[in-house]
Design a protein around this ligand. Structure first.
Ligand SMILES: [Zn+2]
Length: 146
């Protein structure tokens, strides 16, 4: 399964459904400090969807992002073919800059390792992204091909 048919935009059914799941996941966020709830939904190759939300901690550096929770949930369930990820920053102000709704650097590194081929959808953005564009020359322990 792919995130959507080649050549189509994120407006396709799967992209919309994944963004809806990410928006729903954000309702479960534990974000008492930032009040900035984020949800993520990862699509597995067999069509399963794995959700995550940000989880903060009073020791602020220990919080984790929705993207990493969703990715870890998929991996913990045995999923290894991650074809898409949707991210919903439901508390971002309307018309907020895209940079405020994009995955952070740590999450980009996780996506690079666990879902390198995944199409990335951002709530409110009418296009999709690929990790090689968001994290060029990424750190990896894999040998270079070629
Ligand atoms: Zn992050």
């Amino acid at each position: 399964m792919t995130a959507h048919d080649p050549g189509k935009t994120p407006g396709t059914t799967i992209a919309k459904r994944l963004l809806d799941e990410a928006r729903a996941a954000a309702r479960q966020a534990y974000a008492p400090y930032s009040k900035f709830r984020v949800g993520a939904a990862v699509l597995g190759g067999d069509g399963a969807i794995y959700k995550g939300a940000n989880v903060e901690n009073a020791s602020l550096g220990l919080g984790t992002c929705a993207e990493r929770v969703a990715l870890a949930t998929a991996i913990a369930d045995g999923e290894r073919n991650l074809v898409a990820i949707a991210i919903a920053c439901v508390d971002a102000p309307e018309n907020s800059p895209l940079a405020q709704r994009m995955p952070c650097g740590a999450c980009r590194q996780w996506i690079q390792e666990l879902a390198p081929e995944a199409e990335i959808f951002i709530l409110g953005e009418n296009r999709s992204f690929r990790i090689h564009d968001l994290l060029p020359m990424a750190f990896s322990l894999e040998r270079e091909k070629g």
